[in-house]
Design a binder for this molecule. Structure first.
Ligand SMILES: Cc1cc2nc3c(=O)[nH]c(=O)nc-3n(C[C@H](O)[C@H](O)[C@H](O)COP(=O)(O)OP(=O)(O)OC[C@H]3O[C@@H](n4cnc5c(N)ncnc54)[C@H](O)[C@@H]3O)c2cc1C
Length: 476
């Protein structure tokens, strides 16, 4: 085989499992190349085969599956900070570099940070942009990508590296679901490190929470199930300095929220398996763990990133536009009630599903500004989107109720609210849904056909849901 020697960890037909343990697959071959040259060697050495890259497998959807040749690009993890011709700071980041390493390196190489982050920093940069990973109050990470370096094939079938840095090709590459080719590195706009002030406050209505958005544009907020009141995590950028009590606040979050709250939930959901206790916990106890009104200033990533990866879970997240948010939230509430067996729930849920699933996690809502990308969840919309997230901590063997609930919710909300499910979370879209939800899908497909004319970088899921069933056409 060409000029690539697999590392010792590579083993054919290994079973690969994602973070959530809800996706499992057995690629025909797995490689962990150490350089771009080795990546090209793998492409050259496997004519007619299909290729996918994996990041850190923190996606819950089938987007992460690589049935044939799978490449783990974790060794492509360099980070280089430069100043562009216009004086803007940019970073060139190896595709497999974990976001936590990116953040550390940006800080070290001149006090910079990413313009947007999600709730965790475990993902690889290529994996994060490929599904439109986002935080709250800004655009998704994909939007800030200024160039993508890709390995793909040329017309004669030979491996080639392309750099995409402009126009609709860049908009496609910013969130490409692994379908354009193997991303080798990503260039992104970065910014100087900054401070965020945060405090928690309880509200009775969604309107009150939204009214606070002007003052706290980076806020995220939670609908507390079974109590049906709101908790806002008000965040805004400030000049600093870091609060004296910031380390104490961090210790509070880690002990009471990241650990304590989640351990209590695990006990209720996995050990006691008691819907009545879950409801009582949210109605009477949960707000006692929340310290309200304590304003703390800290460095951006300390405030924006949580330890949400500590306990295994699964998640569905649905993006709706601002004008549809109130209706969508009410629909979510009614659906949670119906699946939880309460009379107040929507009447459309079948009798078999009523009482089949008790939702047991705060429903998190984050605002995501419109992206300049073809397929990210907040792209192509002329108003901001709000991502409504629902999480289950049920044991992997006991998740059927959550998946039925998430499937029902997604199907109904696609129809009623044009809701777009996050590509990297539970994502039961059909090809017809994708066509109706993404007006620039045809453009995306045309660009993929130009760069990957034989469709060698699609998995079965993408071939079906993104390309409407167009299977790859291997060379004879
Ligand atoms: C605990 C937890 C918290 C999360 N929090 C958030 C959040 O706050 N906000 C949010 O938006 N999402 C969040 N997510 C979802 C997560 O950010 C996305 O699913 C992301 O895509 C995962 O990145 P990854 O590196 O694990 O990529 P993977 O899941 O391994 O892959 C995702 C996609 O990227 C493609 N890909 C990866 N590397 C390459 C490459 N080099 N070239 C081409 N394609 C590539 C893969 O083929 C696949 O299609 C969370 C997930 C978890 C588990």
């Amino acid at each position: 085989m060409a000029n690539y020697m697999p590392s010792r960890k590579d083993s054919p037909r290994a079973t690969i499992t994602n973070f959530g343990r809800n996706v499992e697959f057995q690629p025909a071959a797995v490689f962990t190349p150490g350089s771009e040259k080795e990546v090209l060697g793998i492409l050259r050495g496997h004519p007619g085969r299909r290729f996918r890259a994996m990041g850190r497998l923190h996606s819950w959807s089938q987007v992460a599956i690589g049935e044939d040749v799978l490449l783990d690009l974790r060794h492509l993890n360099s980070v280089r900070v430069e100043t562009s011709a216009t004086g803007a700071a940019i970073a060139t980041i190896g595709a497999g570099c974990q976001i936590k390493r990116v953040l550390g390196e940006l800080e070290r190489q001149g006090g910079y940070t990413l313009p947007s982050v999600g709730l965790i920093s475990e993902q690889s940069i290529a994996g994060a942009i490929s599904t439109g990973t986002h935080g709250s109050g800004r655009r998704s990470l994909s939007h800030y990508v200024t160039a993508v370096r890709l390995a793909a094939f040329d017309e004669s079938g030979g491996p080639v590296i392309r750099t995409i840095f402009t126009g609709s090709e860049l908009e496609a590459a910013r969130c490409s679901l692994g379908c354009l080719g193997l991303i080798l590195s990503v260039q992104m706009a970065i910014r100087p490190q900054y401070f965020i002030e945060e405090h928690l406050r309880a509200y009775q209505t969604l309107d009150e929470v939204l009214a606070a958005e002007e003052e706290f544009p980076l806020q995220q907020f939670y609908l507390i199930p079974w109590r049906w009141t709101w908790l806002a995590q008000h965040c805004r950028e400030v000049d600093g300095p870091r609060s004296l009590f910031a380390p104490l606040y961090r210790a509070y979050w880690f002990t009471f929220i990241d650990l304590g709250l989640h351990l209590a939930l695990l006990a209720l959901v996995q050990l006691l398996q008691s819907p009545a206790l879950v409801r009582a916990f949210y109605r009477w106890l949960v707000m006692l763990t929340v310290v309200r009104g304590w304003r703390v200033v800290d460095r951006s990533q300390n405030q924006l990133i949580m330890e949400h990866e500590l306990f295994r879970h699964v998640e569905v997240e649905l993006f709706v536009t601002r004008s549809r948010l109130a209706g969508a939230v009410e629909f979510v509430r009614q659906t949670v009630c119906a699946f939880g067996g309460e009379a107040a729930g929507t009447s459309d849920v079948s009798l078999a599903d009523r009482g089949s699933y008790t939702h047991h996690y705060a429903i998190c809502i984050r605002k995501v500004l419109a992206d300049e990308a073809l397929l990210s969840m907040s792209s192509g919309r002329d108003e901001a989107s709000y991502a409504i997230s629902l999480i289950s901590y049920a044991r992997p063997s006991n998740r059927a109720g959550f998946f039925r609930f998430a499937e029902y919710l997604t199907r109904a909300m696609v129809q009623q609210f044009n809701a777009r499910p996050h590509w990297g979370k539970f994502c039961p879209l059909t090809a017809a849904d994708t066509e109706s939800l993404y007006p620039r899908l045809a453009e995306f497909r045309a660009i993929c056909r130009r760069i990957d004319s034989r469709g060698m970088f699609r998995n079965d899921w993408a071939a079906d849901v993104i390309f409407g069933g167009q299977a790859p056409t291997p060379r004879a």
